[in-house]
Design a protein around this ligand. Structure first.
Ligand SMILES: Nc1ncnc2c1ncn2[C@@H]1O[C@H](COP(=O)(O)OP(=O)(O)OP(=O)(O)O)[C@@H](O)[C@H]1O
Ligand SMILES: [Mg+2]
Length: 393
């Protein structure tokens, strides 16, 4: 691993609890890692510790197998060969683009410096812009200059903290793809922080979901969505609800009884004995619920949100349980209408109903099959349904 965090705690002086707790992660050379999570969960703190700007209280940070941070030991930021891009991208307003980008290249001769500046400006799509001043550039162009400035000294690792948050949404999306291409072309290893899931998915090879200082899952986008390790991740990524379910074995097949009907032949399903009485919670994503006029199960539309090609409907079954469904937007039903639905679930994500810890390995029963029994943070059914319902707004 190029960057490794082992059991990392970071606690600010005067604070009762660490801002970052027990974080483990590894980033390979050339990979782009992204951290997402709600405000105050510790993303910037973690990034600053990697940069050497914040001391760690427990655990270690390693760069290329060399310990650069441990309790009582912080290698200074200057010797870590790390480039940083922050939210406000802080270009020097009185310097033209060429001097901004060449700022960290004082050790090079003038000719070498000019060559490197031209190279990185070309890389970020701003060839020939070196005589322009920051105020003559758009927000997106300024952001690319900031990226060029960080890349110019060829840092071993690039850290980016919400680099697009000042930009409007269209530009953000375009720039996110561009930045991924630029980082890959520069063969850079990078760790980026964002609030925005789509941005994380567009840029990251590996994505970490943080909450309250803890890293809940460090994984690729597919696994975060399809195999969330905790209820928090299931809740934070995508739309869905947790519903109570009972697992039973019938003639060698596992049946999953849910409020929307029986699910059979679902992949990654734990054995019923993984849960007391086979009782657990199942994650039903909005794309697991299919609108079908002929289906015997009906649900009332209680909320709908237009998403372009589809609606995100929040539905209530006669039993009172809530579900979400993505429905093509030409099916424009009214609020209060009852529509037919069925579940189309190819693999099942189960959570222990009342597990006090959020580490799934700690609460897997011995007979649970690997990967199928994610244990959540112990939310009660009703509150978790309400919580997830809110994410649809
Ligand atoms: N210098 C500091 N001194 C004391 N506490 C701090 C300091 N900086 C941050 N904190 C606290 O540490 C926690 C994590 O803050 P941090 O800035 O890392 O969050 P974040 O995930 O980057 O949030 P945001 O998405 O809002 O930028 C918060 O509770 C914050 O109040
Ligand atoms: Mg932050």
């Amino acid at each position: 691993m190029f960057l490794e965090l082992r059991q990392l705690d970071i606690q600010y002086p005067g604070s009762d609890t660490p801002a970052v707790r027990g974080v483990n992660l590894g980033l390979r050379a050339g990979d782009i890692g992204v951290l997402i999570g709600p405000s105050g969960c510790g993303k910037t703190t973690l990034l600053r510790a990697v940069a050497g700007l914040e001391p760690v209280s427990k655990g270690k940070i390693l760069l290329s197998d060399r310990v650069v941070s441990a309790a009582g030991q912080t290698e200074p930021a200057e010797t870590r060969r790390i480039g940083m891009v922050f939210q406000d991208y802080a270009l020097f307003p009185h310097m033209d683009v060429g001097r901004n980008v060449g700022f960290g290249l004082a050790h090079l001769s003038k000719t070498e410096r000019q060559k490197r500046v031209a190279e990185v400006l070309e890389l970020v799509g701003l060839a020939g812009a070196d005589r322009r001043y920051p105020h003559e550039l758009s927000g997106g162009q300024q952001q690319r200059v900031a990226l060029a400035r960080a890349l110019a000294p060829k840092p071993d690792l690039l850290l980016l903290d919400e680099p697009f948050s000042n930009l409007d949404i269209d530009l953000r999306e375009r720039l996110a793809h561009e930045v991924r291409n630029i980082l890959k072309a520069a063969n850079a290893t990078a760790l980026l922080v964002t609030h925005d899931q789509l941005e994380a998915f567009a840029i990251g090879d590996v994505i970490g979901v943080m909450n309250e200082g803890q890293l809940h899952q460090w994984d690729d986008a597919y696994n975060l969505y399809h195999r969330p390790a905790t209820r928090f991740v299931a809740d934070f990524i995508g739309h869905g609800v947790f519903t109570p379910a009972t697992l039973r074995e019938v003639e060698g097949r596992i049946m999953v009884s849910t409020p929307v009907g029986e699910l059979t032949d679902v992949a990654e399903c734990p054995l019923p004995c993984a849960f007391e009485g086979g009782q657990c919670d199942v994650l039903l994503r909005a794309d697991d619920i299919v609108h079908d006029d002929d289906a015997p199960v009906k649900a009332e539309i209680i909320r709908k949100a237009f998403r372009g090609s589809e609606f995100l409907y929040t539905l209530r079954l006669a039993s009172g349980y809530l579900l979400m469904a993505h429905v093509p937007s030409h099916h424009d039903h009214k609020l209060g209408e009852w529509i037919g639905i069925r579940a189309e679930v190819d693999h099942v994500v189960t959570f222990n109903r009342a597990c006090p810890v959020n580490n799934r390995s700690l609460c897997q029963m011995p007979c649970a099959q690997a990967g199928g029994n994610a244990c959540g943070v112990g939310l009660q059914d009703a509150s978790s349904v309400v919580k997830l319902e809110k994410t649809a707004e």
